[in-house]
Design a protein around this ligand. Structure first.
Ligand code: NAP
Length: 279
């Protein structure tokens, strides 16, 4: 049976189909010329874990008990609405090591073929462009991007290793600077993506990028799935890193859905937040 979820906010509560929940947000229409709509998503546990670390290798990964098919469907719907995906060096290294699945293409699985059609019908290119944020510029280029003939760009800081910048450019990969130090910073990244003509930008990144985006007031929306599990564990990651965000960490709930079935009968909330501008 097709999955159903309960919309809790805005009320009154109503049961709705899961499929199409995020497509209804029409994220591809919300950005303007020079001002892309920038959104991120995370899945976390009740105790705030987005990743746990392996005690022996120290490698971190998403706890399998907070993943679910329903959450993945919504992830794919978010991805389908992007004309640009921002990923980072860490993800490309995890991908090459087989620690994470490749999610840089849309419509390549039986479960998301409909989203390839949706993109076509909504005037989006077959595949989004991929922007790789990296300070070290030490990452492998995934085969899938080359095979899919996706447009690829690299974003880095002004202090990036010049030999690696030159090596990427020599391979025909454009590199642009978005930040005065080693890292990519939120505001210059979004400015540059706007200049490049992107209108809907999905951040497939992690705690560092979320933090700089919030700090710079550069994030348009956050999607957060909270699985009703307490994960525990000694080593873990949460959604943010670095100095405290203070006022830049205020977000307002704009919708909340309850899925009672997944993951594994425990249930989860699908929450959507809009960052508040600093008072
Ligand atoms: N549950 C979830 O929804 C969720 C979401 C995201 C991540 N995670 C997991 O959480 C853990 C930590 O996340 P993460 O790997 O994304 O950690 P991270 O520390 O945010 O980023 C990892 C690497 O990506 C590059 N990078 C990230 N932000 C950058 C920036 N602003 N400028 C330049 N380079 C940047 C850097 O590597 P280089 O400079 O060397 O390229 C950095 O060391 C991982 O296990 C991940 O799988 C879970």
């Amino acid at each position: 049976m097709a999955a159903r979820v309960l919309r809790l906010f805005p009320g009154p509560p109503e049961e709705v189909a899961l499929a199409g929940l995020c497509l209804a947000d029409a994220l591809h229409t919300l950005g303007g010329a020079g001002a892309p709509f920038v959104y991120a998503s995370f899945v976390g546990s009740l105790d705030g874990r987005i990743a746990v670390s392996d005690a022996i290798s120290g490698d971190s990964h998403l706890p399998v008990e907070i993943t679910s098919g329903n959450d993945f469907r919504l992830f794919l719907e978010l991805q389908a609405q992007a004309d640009c995906l921002v990923t980072h060096g860490g993800y490309l290294r995890d991908l090459a090591a087989g620690r994470l699945d490749d999610v840089l293409q849309i419509g390549t699985r039986a479960t998301d073929r409909d989203l390839a059609d949706w993109r076509r019908e909504n005037g989006l290119s077959a595949q989004p462009a991929v922007v790789i944020a990296s300070a070290s510029l030490d990452f492998p280029m995934p085969e899938s991007i080359i095979r899919g003939k996706q447009r690829v760009l690299v974003a880095t800081g002004r202090q990036a290793p010049p030999d690696r910048v030159d090596a990427l450019r020599a391979r025909g990969v454009p590199v642009f600077v978005a930040g005065g130090g080693e890292s990519v910073e939120g505001a210059p990244l979004v400015r540059e993506l706007g200049r490049l003509g992107f209108r809907s930008v999905y951040l497939l990144t992690g705690p560092r990028m979320l933090s700089t985006m919030l700090r710079d007031g550069a994030l348009s929306r956050l999607y957060l799935t909270i699985a009703h599990r307490v994960v525990g564990g000694e080593g873990f990651h949460t959604m943010a890193t670095g100095p405290r965000l203070e006022g830049a960490g205020r977000l307002r709930l704009s919708s909340l859905h309850y899925d009672a079935a997944e993951p594994d009968g425990a249930g989860q909330w699908f929450a959507r937040f809009d960052p508040l501008r600093p008072a």
